[in-house]
Design a protein. Structure first.
Length: 261
């Protein structure tokens, strides 16, 4: 049996054992599931690859890159040993042990996106959802954050501590957004246990927000990033924006793209 076949078999087994709620993603239709666990389209959406690409990986017809293997390991909630085994089946050495700190460097890939996407609003966040950088349109039309580091630059902190009107066009989406980012923050804290800034922020959020504490202690639930916002703007009254989130590896960054709709 070829190594790619072994990788595909292991990948299918790992996908079958994880439910959408455990992965923190909305279950796709139809509601009646022929197989247990995640569907291909659900896992592909989390990892950031096409469903066809994932199908070929499982069938042994395509060899994954190290970045895709690592993204699969995060999406499937693998521990260190299982992550190492998946990399070995794909023909790669084990991933280096992380230093336990959230990466906070804007990589060349992220910088290239900021430089080239000049007609839409874009910001780059680290894995804890702290804004690291953004382009001019984002600063002008979407959000204002302090130039100096601090929690005011963190999306999760602001989502649970700020008061005032919601930017969500549909208020019910705020709850789903909060559940999604708390699930992601909890996963980030698990992957970067030595990051004291992150641990301190989580402690303070638990103390300040009962909703945050409840979501932090609860099992992952199906949710999602808000896909449409209504942002107040001095020049235009309100801007209606569609929101998409891309994950960049290496660097474990979140690129948030806002497009007018």
């Amino acid at each position: 049996m070829r190594r790619d076949d072994d990788f595909g078999t292991a990948l299918r087994t790992l996908r079958y054992r994880l439910t959408p709620s455990e992965a923190g993603v909305p279950a796709s239709l139809p509601a009646v599931r022929r197989v247990p666990g995640l569907r291909r389209d659900e896992l592909a959406g989390v990892v950031g690859v096409s469903e066809e690409h994932l199908k070929r990986l499982e069938q042994g017809r395509r060899r994954p890159s190290p970045g895709v293997v690592d993204a699969l390991a995060r999406a499937l909630r693998l521990g260190v040993d299982e992550h190492a085994r998946l990399r070995a089946l794909a023909g790669f050495a084990s991933a280096p042990e992380p230093d336990g700190l959230v990466p906070r460097e804007v990589t060349q890939t992220a910088r290239r996106m900021l430089d080239r996407l000049t007609e839409v609003a874009v910001c780059v966040c680290d894995a804890s959802w702290t804004v690291l950088d953004a382009n001019k349109i984002w600063h002008a039309d979407v959000c204002t954050v302090p130039d100096t580091p601090g929690r005011a630059r963190n999306v999760v902190w602001r989502a649970f501590t700020e008061v005032g009107p919601s930017v969500f066009e549909v208020p019910d989406r705020l709850g789903g957004f909060r559940a999604a980012v708390v699930a992601e923050l909890r996963d980030t804290a698990r992957r970067y246990p030595a990051d004291t800034d992150l641990a301190s922020m989580v402690t303070d959020l638990r103390a300040r927000s009962g909703e945050f504490a409840q979501l932090w202690d609860a099992p992952p639930v199906a949710g999602g990033h808000a896909d449409r916002l209504r942002v107040p703007n001095p020049a235009h009254g309100h801007l209606y924006l569609d929101l998409d989130v891309l994950t960049l590896n290496p660097g474990d960054l979140r690129v948030v793209v806002y497009t007018a709709s």
